[in-house]
Write a protein that binds this ligand. Structure first.
Ligand code: S3P
Length: 437
């Protein structure tokens, strides 16, 4: 399916909810499966990526009751069977496009008493897995993979505690090691390279694991059974990012997004937008399952360029496609550096993003570890391609609202990997966006 977007002549207004946080939804299903007893997870995200994790966990013998509250929010009851209660799967586990599914499950499966195989889509088979294979092997895990790419073949092994000094700031790598660390006798220590999202640490804390963490240093002692979870998943700030930027760019817009997760390791985009002069404010702060959340309001503003580098990058790592779109409408040259990790996301999010934005007449320069965008520019409608990357697809859709002429986005179904009701949600704000054949 393609998305057709027409120039937005009227402001975006209204109140919306975005779907549950993808990172938290993956972790909740995995950790509930190995907890002792029945977990309750509300507002779980039923998107392409997380459904891969749900199906994999069911293939490992875990019973899950599903109540479909809406197309974007499911309530789950998961019968956890304890650290050693998973059952051998009958075939390879399909992680589809989901890097988080594959990398985190590898940590859990490395500690099991049965062999397993993790596989995924052609896109996932291209992504680097050495980053988890190497530290897990250091823990004595038995994992083989041709050229360090999926499929991953995992066999039973007695895992050992390690001290890992990370070279890249990656939540998936630290989480894989922490999950494997649940299966060792001793204490696993991790020293982080930067403030990567800490949802695994928070969830393990809520489940009474023997974990301590502060200032980028984490210690986890293995062997202790996990208590079940009782959790309401907050809205995903990485999904809120799209309507948020759209409202900041379209004159006279003002919108409210309810119950968005505001974990400090995830709010880089809000800081970047504020540095560009956007007005974003939060209301009704609360904490759910150890995660801070609030309602966000944003309104149209004249934006100016910003420089982004250092820790800000990892705190907004998934938001660079939409940040680049914001930069096209900001006065001056916006610069992104220290962001080489963007090259190993769903696609190379520097080259592919630059290529698609150029089709819309954006002046963008590429660097090994980032890009610059000069603004403000008049965008021109074009036929562009998501490259099967959900966040690129949604960022291009927002760009389409501020262009001269119509925009058509090919291979747009992938938006459902993280935001199944993206189009309906944008339409609810009055956006000129629709599906077309
Ligand atoms: C994620 C971690 C990040 C992020 C990805 C989700 C997670 O990747 O880009 O979308 O849920 O742990 P890295 O950990 O590889 O940086």
């Amino acid at each position: 399916m393609k998305l057709l977007i027409r120039p937005q002549k009227t402001p975006l207004t209204g109140t919306i909810a975005v779907p549950g946080d993808k990172s938290i939804s993956h972790r909740a299903v995995m950790l509930a499966a190995i907890a002792n007893g029945r977990s309750t997870i509300r507002s779980w995200l039923p998107a392409g990526d997380t459904l891969a994790t749900l199906a994999a966990i069911q293939s490992l013998g875990i019973h899950i009751e599903i109540e479909k509250k809406s197309p974007q929010a499911w309530d789950l009851q998961i019968e956890g069977r304890g650290l050693h209660g998973l059952q051998p799967p009958t075939g390879p586990l399909d992680c589809r496009n989901a890097g988080t599914c594959m990398r985190l499950l590898a940590g859990i499966l490395a500690g099991q008493r049965f062999p397993s195989v993790l596989d995924g889509s052609a896109q996932l088979r291209k992504r680097p897995m050495r980053r988890i294979i190497a530290p897990l092997r250091q823990m004595q895990a038995d994992i083989t993979a041709e050229a360090d790419k999926a499929p991953l073949y995992i066999r039973p092994a007695a895992l050992q505690a390690i001290e890992l000094r990370m070279k890249i700031a990656s939540a998936q790598v630290k989480s894989a090691v922490l999950l494997a660390g649940l299966y060792v006798d001793g204490t696993t220590r991790i020293i982080e390279a930067g403030p990567a999202r800490d949802h695994t640490e928070r969830m393990l804390t809520a489940m009474n694991a023997a974990i301590n963490w502060h200032d980028g240093s984490i210690e986890l002692s293995g062997g202790r059974e996990l208590a079940p979870l009782d959790l309401t998943v907050p809205g995903d700030i990485s999904s809120a990012a799209f309507p948020l930027v759209a409202a900041a760019l379209i004159p006279h817009s003002q919108i409210r997004i309810t119950h968005v997760g505001l974990n400090d390791t995830r709010t880089g985009l809000l800081d970047m937008l504020q540095a560009m002069g956007a007005t974003v404010s939060s209301h009704n702060q609360r904490t759910t399952g150890g995660e801070p959340a609030a309602d966000l309001t944003v309104r149209f503003d004249e934006l100016h360029a910003a420089d982004v580098s250092g820790d800000m990058v990892v705190r907004g790592i998934d938001e660079f496609p939409i940040l680049a779109v914001a930069a096209t409408q900001a006065a001056g040259k916006s610069r992104v550096r220290d962001a080489a990790e963007l090259r190993v996301k769903e696609v190379d999010r520097i080259t592919v993003l630059a290529g698609e934005l150029r089709k819309m007449a954006v002046d963008v320069a590429e660097y090994p570890d980032g890009f610059t965008v000069s603004g403000p520019v008049r965008l021109y409608g074009a036929e562009v391609d998501s490259h099967d990357d959900h966040r690129l697809g949604m960022a291009l859709a927002v760009a389409g609202l501020v262009t001269h002429g119509e925009t058509l986005i090919d291979r747009a179904d992938c938006v459902a990997d993280s935001f199944p009701d993206f189009v309906e949600t944008m339409q609810a704000l009055g956006a000129n966006i629709e599906w077309t054949a």
